[in-house]
Design a protein around this ligand. Structure first.
Ligand SMILES: [Zn+2]
Length: 131
């Protein structure tokens, strides 16, 4: 079964999954991607991280802060799963039988810091990469 808990998709992704029967309309809520000067995906509110262009005589405002994860703009929806992310009491326990690389340790320390501070953060990494 396709797990949609805690997931969010841009319109193109949602429509593809919907067409495949993996996500139903009743399982999501849709929000405009950029609304009231805020990106609904990364919560950016800084003007310097928004870009604009005109397409078919309509001014498009998009978020540059999370652009690498595909464009979010004021003309398309983001689709959010209504199923909350599955976080169990011991979801944070990780048993690994190897030592983290220095960059992995740095990312781990950062994740721990933002979780403890109940803050927001982004770790941008490539899975299965070794440095
Ligand atoms: Zn954004």
């Amino acid at each position: 079964m396709f797990d949609i808990s805690g997931r969010e998709w841009i319109e193109e992704e949602y429509l593809r999954l919907h067409e495949q029967g993996l996500v139903q309309e009743k399982d999501v809520v849709k929000v405009i991607g950029v609304h009231n000067q805020m990106c609904e995906r990364c919560l950016n509110q800084s003007d310097e991280w928004f870009g604009t262009f005109t397409y078919k005589e309509q001014l498009i405002t998009y978020c540059r802060q999370c652009l690498d994860f595909k464009m979010v703009d004021n003309c398309h929806y983001l689709y959010r799963s209504l199923m909350p992310a599955k976080i169990t009491d011991n979801a944070h326990v990780l048993n690994i039988d190897f030592k983290l690389s220095s960059l992995q340790q740095r990312a781990s320390d950062f994740a721990k810091e933002i979780l403890e501070a109940n803050d927001l953060g982004l770790i941008w990494a490539v899975c299965d990469a070794s440095v």
